[in-house]
Design a protein around this ligand. Structure first.
Ligand code: NI
Length: 138
């Protein structure tokens, strides 16, 4: 952890009131940690915008009865090495499967991979959770 620096900011009362209500609802103990997280969120967003090496999780909900879906998901992931670093498959019920695919790599390549998987016929819902490798985020 780097040296702690104190600074003051000017903010409209209404905006601060709304911020305090938000951070209280989310369980922050104080404004400092909430502001640090808001800054980190912007830094992660910037890493994705600038196409840096990033990390994330692709979540897929799909019907495994859909012909070819399992093979298609596997095939795409095998061709997306080394971005795919781990995956977990959960059989939710007799029809539905939930899969988490941990990914790391260049932001645009990760987005293309997520789009390809999520747009497959039979995938009912998919999301890319975008985070950072953490190297440049303190
Ligand atoms: Ni399954």
């Amino acid at each position: 952890m780097g040296k702690l620096v104190r600074f003051s900011i000017s903010i409209e009362q209404d905006l601060l009131t709304a911020f305090d209500a938000l951070i209280q609802a989310r369980g922050y103990e104080n404004r400092s940690e909430a502001i640090r997280d808001a800054i980190r969120r912007q830094l992660v967003h910037q890493e994705w915008e600038e196409g840096e090496e990033v990390a994330g999780v692709i979540t897929l909900l799909y019907d495994h009865h859909r012909p070819g879906i399992g093979e298609a998901l596997t095939e795409i992931q095998h061709h997306a090495l080394p971005q795919v670093i781990a995956s977990t498959h959960i059989h939710l019920d007799i029809t539905n499967c939930l899969e988490f695919i941990a990914v790391k790599g260049e932001a645009k390549a990760i987005e293309r991979l997520a789009d390809r998987l999520i747009s497959l016929k039979g995938v009912k819902h998919g999301e890319l959770t975008a985070t950072s490798t953490g190297r440049n985020i303190k």
